[in-house]
Design a protein around this ligand. Structure first.
Ligand code: NAI
Length: 333
């Protein structure tokens, strides 16, 4: 089946890692037409907007995008394009599979879990005000609609990927109404998926359990803020953020991207590691139903890491981005 995919190369190391990933995907023979669009500072110069309408229309039309990192100026300038994209397309589910790679130092080399984070509400709604000088309120918004759809997403993902258990993480003992609602929605949805085990844990205990016995988790389902914190904790368990893929998924489309940023310190040198974006592309291919191609690339990438001959500088090697891409292509046979 032919696919049209929106490609956002991004800036900094974005164009380097995305061209390496496109080259690897094209080797599989999957029929893809790429529609390239720019965002961030590049788009501001050309189109007068950091998130041009043409780009949003392209994602809505194609329903799938592969995105390189985009720089957000600190303290001044335009607001985050990444957050803008999630809002504009209502990309409500943030998915982050956490799995160690062979030969990369990790505290838990056997770990294989998936974090599903609600992406649209909670304290991230940004509703804050000064009550009186010296007293500030931040409002946590939890809705039945968003809690139900994220729980359904987690269980559907479990069913599709053959995962065994979903653990909802909350603080409903203290935030009885908000986290209580999140938990209630989780339990209602869980009843529709009897083949998937459903359990819940209080967030502080879940963090301790993650450090002591992380293998007990399979899919973790969290509200926005807990998800933000716990997903980075999980990345730390397998060696850091640099290799971890991510996806932001909604009804209107899905945007697949690496967790890392645009790495301005090494941009333009051809030494960036394309692994995180490659792993995001593997998720994208599965999402498109191209399982065979996804598995071929994944196997080849794991072989390159297992052999340990070709590695980029960030993981202790000397190879360049293109050499790594070529090694993965060679390993696909
Ligand atoms: P960063 O992730 O870009 O870099 C942190 C460190 O990791 C740097 O030393 C960098 O060289 C290294 N690194 C990151 N990715 C790498 C890769 N693929 N290969 C080798 N080394 C890699 O984080 P930082 O410096 O905080 O952010 C830089 C810019 O990226 C900021 O403008 C930030 O807003 C943006 N950003 C964008 C994201 C996105 O587009 N989704 C996500 C995170 C940050």
């Amino acid at each position: 089946m032919a696919h049209t995919i929106t490609l956002i190369p991004g800036d900094g190391i974005g164009p380097e890692v995305s061209s390496a990933v496109v080259r690897i995907i094209e080797t599989t023979g999957v029929d893809i037409r790429w529609e390239t669009h720019y965002a961030g500072a590049q788009a501001l110069e050309k189109f007068g907007s950091t998130l041009p309408e043409e780009l949003l229309e392209s994602i809505k039309r194609n329903r799938v995008a592969l995105k390189g990192p985009i720089t957000t100026p600190v303290g001044k300038g335009f607001t985050s394009v990444n957050v803008g994209l999630r809002k504009a397309l209502d990309l409500y589910a943030n998915l982050r599979p956490v799995r160690a790679l062979p030969n990369i130092p990790a505290r838990y080399p056997e770990l294989d879990l998936v974090v599903v984070r609600e992406n649209t509400e909670d304290l991230y709604a940004g509703i804050e005000h000064v009550v009186v000088p010296g007293v500030v309120e931040s409002i946590k918004v939890i809705t039945e609609k968003a809690s139900t759809r994220i729980a359904r997403y987690a269980f559907e993902f479990a069913r599709r990927e053959g995962r065994k258990k979903v653990t909802a993480v909350h603080k409903a003992n203290i935030m009885k109404l908000s986290d209580g609602l999140f938990l209630e929605c989780f339990r209602k949805v869980a009843a529709d998926y009897p083949e998937v085990e459903a359990e819940d844990k209080i967030v502080d205990n879940a963090c301790m359990q993650l450090v002591m016995r992380p293998e007990q988790f399979d899919i973790m389902l969290l509200e926005n803020l807990y998800g933000d914190i716990v997903s980075d904790l999980c990345a730390g368990l397998i060696g850091g953020l640099g290799l971890v893929p991510g996806a932001n998924i909604g009804e209107l489309g899905a945007v697949f991207e690496a967790v890392h940023g645009s790495a301005p310190d090494i941009a333009g040198q051809g030494i960036a590691n394309p692994t995180a974006l490659l792993q995001s592309a593997i998720l994208m291919l599965r999402h498109l139903g191209e399982r065979e191609a996804a598995e071929r690339i994944e196997k080849a990438m794991l072989k390159v890491y297992t052999d340990g001959q070709v590695r980029t500088r960030d993981v202790g090697g000397t190879s360049h981005t293109d050499e790594f891409a070529q090694a993965v292509i060679n390993a696909m046979g």
